[in-house]
Design a protein. Structure first.
Length: 207
């Protein structure tokens, strides 16, 4: 009988992107290279990335620092709204502002996102078949990382909001057979110098 083994899911947000989001900035390229160097000792077997240029370029730069790790474009690793909450699910004091913020996103992101979010859970989470642990990296975007962290902690579906992930920071979740998911660490920027941490975020989030 085929057994199951632990999955180690490595998550990162793409490097800093240009204002039109068509490419990485020089800082974004540096971030990606530094993350790739950090991951040289990780036994990664695959790198999945979203289809947008900023995620694909980040994955390519990371991959150049590693040996023989295949890159795979993945729609579920893309940038979308994973879940639209109902007003009654939300804390009353923040429901209006949150729903107003989500309404600003394109309709396609809001309509297609929940289906892609479920695909991401199916593809990237949970123990794996066989006896060997699996280590995979997903280069994605802020919202999907929040969604996967929320799921790992069994938090309400709306709670993907408010989880902010720095560019090229690293999060690792372990899915072991017969155990609840474990967030081993979250948003680790130890491989980045101070000037490359929290790019793209307002000063009050720089900690």
């Amino acid at each position: 009988m085929t057994g199951t083994a632990a999955r180690y899911l490595y998550l990162t947000r793409h490097g800093e992107a240009s204002s039109d989001e068509s490419a990485l900035t020089e800082s974004g390229r540096r971030q990606a290279v530094l993350l790739g160097k950090r991951l040289r000792t990780a036994p990664l077997t695959a790198i999945f990335h979203g289809p947008l240029p900023r995620a694909e370029q980040t994955a390519q730069l990371i991959g150049r620092q590693l040996n023989d790790v295949a890159l795979h474009r993945s729609a579920p690793a893309g940038d979308y709204i994973p879940y639209i909450p109902r007003r009654e699910e939300l804390p009353p004091e923040s429901a209006g502002s949150l729903l107003g913020h989500l309404a600003q996103f394109p309709a396609a992101d809001r309509e297609q996102g929940p289906g892609l979010a479920q695909e991401a859970l199916s593809q990237f989470t949970g123990p794996v078949a066989g006896v060997e642990p699996r280590h995979e990296l997903v280069v994605t975007h802020n919202f999907l990382i929040g969604w996967l962290i929320r799921a790992a902690l069994d938090a309400p579906k709306w709670r993907w909001t408010g989880i902010n992930h720095a560019n090229a920071a690293l999060t690792v979740i372990r899915y072991a057979p017969g155990r609840t998911p474990a967030v081993l660490f979250f948003n680790d920027t130890g491989h980045l110098p101070a000037e490359l941490r929290w790019t793209g975020f307002p000063p009050d989030l720089h900690v």
